[in-house]
Design a protein around this ligand. Sequence first.
Ligand code: GDG
Length: 727
Amino acid sequence: MKSKTIIVSNRLPVKIVESDGRYELSPSEGGLATGLGSIYKKGDNIWIGWPGLDVPYERQDEVRGQLEALNLIPVFLTTEEINLYYEGFSNEVLWPVFHYMVTYAHYEQSYWAFYQSVNKKFAEVVIDHVVEGDTIWVHDYQLLLLPGLIREKEAHVTIGFFQHIPFPSYEIFRLIPWREEIINGMFGADLIGFHTFDDVRHFLSAASKIVLSKFADNVIIHNERQIVVESFPMGIDDQKYESLVSEPAVQENIKAIRESFGDQKIILSIDRLDYSKGILQRLLAFEMLLQNYPEYIEKIILYMIVVPSRDTVPQYKELREQIDQLVGNINGRFRSLSWAPIHYFYRSFPIETLSALYYSADVCLVTPMRDGMNLVSKEYVASRSNNDGVLILSEMAGASKELNDALIVNPNNIVQTMDTIVKAINMPEREQQTRMKSMRSVVKKFNIHLWVKNFMEKLEEVKLMQAALLTKYAGSSIKEEISRKYAESNTRYLFLDYDGTLVGFNSDIDKASPDDELYEILENLTRDKLNTVVIISGRKHETLQEWFGHLNIDMIAEHGAWQKHYDEDWKSLPLLTDQWKQDIRAVLETYTDRTPGSFIEDKSYSLVWHYRKVEEGLGDLRAHEIINHLKVTVSNKGLQLMPGNKVLEFKNIEVNKGKAALFWLHEKDPDFILALGDDHTDEDIFKALPQDAFTVKVGGNISAATYYLRNPTDVRSLLKKLTATEI
Ligand code: GDG
């Protein structure tokens, strides 16, 4: 069967109304539905979601049939489920916290129970429809647990997740009692997308503090799988808004608007009813303007549409009453017989009316307190086919990161907002044109179709990256092959890492010294004159000297900072500074004081924080804290921070095992290369060596190496096999 794409969101892109005992379906016009239309309407692809109303059990088959004809698969929810999972957990816990309105959050246990059970219900429907090779794209905060629930059952399926609302900073997110379950749920995805880079940063920082996993830049390694976190700023269907303007119905509306308002300047405001949208603050700024600049009375109007939303939730009801009251006050205070300052509508309009308003408004006032993206601002820009008009945009909206030619305001600063409105209504036409043209080109280029394409391509790329880094186990047939090549070759190089590779991990760094068996293996290898055996380790050169100085072994210590051919003296890399150590050491000392069992090792060109003796779990936690604390310093000072096996190493960027290995091979032409290593630092060797080298990672299967072995015992059996074959 051909693989397909499954979109999952809380709501299906359809409106269902019951009339005369029949269910009537009409497609919804939202931006997301348009963008994803290019996916779910094709071939076997489907969209799974709630159809938007409580359908009685006996009529569900009927609705299912109607929906299936449109490639839509319903998840039926009862009124109770909607109340507790959607209105409750999604809109009374996640929405306020993610929009930084923490005092509005209600951490009800029953909300959480229903959030879990409804996410499970979605998972069951997805699992019923998914087959191997399919791609699933989950949308938004109502379904944060879904990626994890799908992954539990379908370990190899491709899952993308996109969150349409902001992701708050760690200090805010941590307030949620179920924060760990939420992050684990999201970790089920292979790609996690947000609108802005700030959201990405916030997510990575919260996730790294809450769940113990490995992090490198925007890649998380969790349960042996890589998860990529990226920003994908969502766009709109710009063509649709541009061409709507010339439709006859819209032209008629434009004419009507012009006739009613003459040459008064129109300031437009369109939002769903929501406390995150800053509607009250906007009204206060407008009121202050009328008070401070009476010359604008009868010259400007605020055309304000508030679209009903969630008005069963108490805070929304209250907000609506406050808006009604404030609008009433302002109009009562400033209106004249023939003029009212605010034209306020609490309802939704057909898109033809919106389009006419976007086209007619001199200024569009978009001042949310927080907004993931905000599409209204982009729709205004796309509708300005004459390249005029002024957009005032809150710096708290994701869109402000892209539309930087808007007049940007802090929505909490009422005076600034007022001044900016004055500036906007007086902006010269030339300046309007320059700003609008540049914003239009952004909206045109980064439209909804590019957004969908970018996300899907990245998801595919992540899967390929995962596959490329999934290394094969070096079982008996591969060990056989390595031994055969070894026996056939004439010049051999063996790069052997020490800790975790040749010997197991010992909680006492000084106790992990070589044992008799290891000496015997190494002696057997070095006895053969065709072999160059190189111990390449992060250990101090003094230690390696003490352990292996008596053998015919080359040694690379401290990740390459010190080097020695078996018949020569130790040499160190020239001209490396270690002045940075003081600052890093001071921070590490504070962590060492708080973490029993940890200690700092000072090497020539690096500082290492060891935590192998620290209580299980605590060491990883502290290591994450240290990484977060020092990552900026590390990049400012041009250092490298390398998380290894129970160690964090800070070192000069020039010191690198990969470079050292290549230096060893310089002007040599071996016909057999074997490299064995267990941690992050060994990845540099695996990447640097030529394609035909045998590279083997010890202890895990995510690596740039070609093969992996389970542990040092496995390694020793391979090394013994090499010399045994030769004999
Ligand atoms: C969430 C995030 C993010 C409004 N009034 C009418 C109407 N609308 C349409 C607009 C626009 C949409 O509703 C509102 O989108 P926003 O992006 O502004 O806000 P949210 O609904 O809160 O959306 C947000 C978005 O997801 C996408 O990821 O940008 O940050 O909060 O498209 O045109 N449409 C019609 N009549 C109306 O009266 N037909």
